[in-house]
Structure formats: structure tokens, C-alpha cells
Design a binder for this molecule. Structure first.
Ligand code: COI
Length: 356
């Protein structure tokens, strides 16, 4: 059936696949909801977006993104409140960030009526796919690809903006062990570290594979000049609680992703009167704090990961074990506070939630 709602054409599935999903066994990125959104950019303009059944796509082997990685993405989540209404958390922030990535990667900005209205229409249609269990949500993955059929190296002229969605439980279901990386580099000033470019994640696979073999879960990247100042973790921003103060690397050097969860955490802590320092923080400072017994908590933040406690941080031979996570005040409070806002259990004083 084909229907038209505003400027989005909608073709619905004949039969939903939702009954194939076991709500008690949801893993990140394994299942995709019934529909997807696609908008084409050609001849210098975005075309009318279409929502259609989730399907495989075919591309010429000469397509730009296969060869040169002109591809960016975002991560957003939709939750259900106690009455079953969908709530999308801070989609406007992801929209703005996607357009910052787009500019740096020579891609067209996605207009609000495609990114936001398209996402609303898609989530509205697939609202049954938002799982309701504790820590469950519908992970929304907007992305853009350069799709010229041309293998010369130049910015493409044709693009696809796509949104797919996937029911998700917690990305990490237990505290993580982190390895401080000082051999490989993620980002330099002037580079693309602040973007959600596909290549930022592709380049991390090999170093991550190496540390996983050593028994660690994720990398904490350091700066490329001195390997001294910490930047971010493979899938998350990073926070430390040292002597009662919360410290996180600042995002002013083009090297660190301006995380939406990072920003929410800083705002919630400051609302509460907690001192949050956004500044360069060196591994020497973290080691010294640990030696003095002042390293109280360390955690990652991200859309997929939410708040992910770090139980140990290893730098060379120094394995810094943190106090038991159950005793942490900051991360545990943040986790609850954020969840209460995301699931509509607490007043959203910042206007973060988009209700459908
Ligand atoms: C997110 O948190 O949304 C991310 O994009 C991180 C990761 C899953 C790639």
C-alpha cells in the first residue's frame, strides 16, 4: 500500500516481522524494524524522502563510499514512557552534529524536515518495535553515503540519507576494562576526530582487536603528539571522578566527538551543583590520582552505551583498579537520572525529549 503523509511517501510492509523478535533476548544491532527511510540528494537538491519496508540495497562496485569512505552516521534512541508513548531523546542535537560531520566530509547538510520529520514518521510507524524492558530502547541509526558511480577522487554529487532502527538492550552489560593506547592514534587537531565519519570507527578495528586479544574491552585514545592527554574511548566519551570533582576532556581541539550523552551528563551534574571541569587531562594526572586513592570513578558515555562504568584502566604495566562500582555515587546517580528523563518518569526541564 502506498500513502502520502506530508512530504514523506510511506509504503508499509504487508506483514510486520515483530513477532519474530524475542523481547527477552535483545542484543545490540542484531534486529531491524519493519521500515527504513531513504532520501536521495541529486542535481544539488534533496528529493522527497520515502519510508519503505527494510530491505537490502544494491550498489555499483564503483560507488564512491566503497572506495573513499565518504560516509557519516549518527546514533539516537527512542524510549517508551509508562503509557506507551514514544520519546526520542535529543534528536535535534544529533541532527546538528550530523551536519557538522557533513560539512567536514564535503557532503550536503540534511534539512530538518528530512532528518527530524522523517525520523518522527519512521518511529511513529514502527512504534511497536520500541522495547519496553529496563534499559531497552529503539536505537536509531541515521547515516549518509556518497553514491556517485565514479572512482575518480573528488567529492561526490549524489548522496543517500538513510535511517534504520534496531531494538536494543544495554551495549555493555557489565563494567568495562580499558587499555590506554599510546601506539596508534585516533585524531589530530585539524582532522576528523570530531565527526561521526565511518572511517573513525574503521581505523579503530585493528588496535581494538589487538587489545581484545589481551583481555581488554575498549581503548582509551591519547593525543597524537605526546600520547599524554586522553581523548575518548572507542565507542564513548570518558569521565573521571577525582577527589570529588568530575573531569572530562574538552572538545575544543577537533579531536573529540561532541557526545550528546556527554553534554547531558555535564548539564545534569552542573544542575546538581557538582563541579565539572572540561579540560585536557593527562594520563600522568590519572595515575597520580589513583596512587593517592583519589580516583573514585571512571565511566564512558554514549548513546549506545549510555553510562558505562570502567572497573580497570591499564596504562603500560600499571593496572589501575577502581573501587567497586556499587559504591560509586556519580555514575550510578547519572544512570538513574538520565533513564528517568529518557523514559519520561521525571520532568524534562531541559526540553530534551521529543514526544510523538
Ligand atoms: C553511539 O553511541 O550511538 C555510537 O555511534 C557508538 C557506536 C555504537 C559506534
Amino acid at each position: 500500500m502506498s500513502v502520502s503523509s506530508k512530504d514523506i511517501s510511506i509504503t508499509k510492509v504487508e506483514k510486520s516481522r515483530i513477532s519474530e523478535l524475542d523481547p527477552s533476548d535483545i542484543h545490540f544491532g542484531m534486529n531491524y524494524s519493519d521500515h527504513m527511510l531513504i532520501a536521495k540528494y541529486e542535481n544539488g537538491a534533496w528529493q522527497k524522502p520515502e519510508i519503505m519496508p527494510f530491505h537490502n540495497m544494491t550498489f555499483s562496485p564503483a560507488t564512491t563510499f566503497f572506495h573513499y569512505g565518504q560516509a557519516i552516521f549518527e546514533g539516537v534512541k527512542a524510549y517508551k514512557d509508562a503509557d506507551g508513548n514514544p520519546l526520542i531523546f535529543r534528536p535535534y542535537d544529533n541532527w546538528k552534529r550530523m551536519n557538522r560531520s557533513a560539512e567536514r566530509m564535503a557532503m550536503p547538510e540534511v534539512p530538518e524536515d528530512i532528518f527530524i520529520d522523517g525520523m518522527r514518521a519512521l518511529i511513529d510507524l514502527d512504534r511497536n518495535w520500541i522495547p519496553v524492558g529496563a534499559e531497552s530502547s529503539l536505537y536509531i541509526r541515521p547515516f549518509m553515503l556518497a553514491v556517485d558511480e565514479f572512482i575518480g577522487v573528488r567529492p561526490a554529487e549524489k548522496f543517500l540519507f538513510i535511517i534504520i532502527t534496531s531494538p536494543a538492550g544495554p551495549y555493555y552489560n557489565k563494567p568495562v576494562s580499558i587499555y590506554v593506547q599510546d601506539q596508534y592514534v585516533r585524531a589530530f587537531p585539524g582532522g576528523i576526530g570530531f565527526t561521526k565519519a565511518a572511517g573513525n570507527y574503521g581505523m579503530s578495528m585493528y588496535p581494538t582487536m589487538q587489545i581484545k586479544k589481551m583481555g581488554y574491552d575498549q581503548i582509551l585514545w591519547t593525543d597524537g603528539f605526546e600520547h599524554k592527554y586522553v581523548q575518548e574511548i572507542g565507542t564513548m566519551n570518558v569521565f573521571f571522578v577525582i577527589g570529588g570533582k568530575v573531569i572530562t576532556p574538552d572538545i575544543t581541539h577537533d579531536t573529540i566527538l561532541a557526545g550528546v550523552t556527554r553534554n547531558s551528563v555535564i548539564a545534569l551534574l552542573r544542575d546538581k551543583g557538582v563541579i565539572v571541569e572540561e579540560r585536557m587531562i593527562s594520563i600522568d594526572e590519572i595515575e597520580a590520582a589513583h596512587k593517592e586513592g583519589k580516583l573514585q570513578e571512571a565511566f564512558g558515555t554514549g548513546t549506545a552505551a549510555s553510562i558505562a562504568p570502567i572497573y580497570a584502566l591499564t596504562y603500560h604495566d600499571d593496572k589501575m583498579e577502581l573501587p567497586p562500582v556499587e559504591t560509586w555515587e556519580t555514575a550510578n546517580w547519572l544512570k538513574k537520572e538520565l533513564a528517568d528523563i529518557r523514559y519520561g518518569r521525571k520532568e524534562d526541564t531541559h526540553g530534551w525529549t521529543l514526544k510523538l
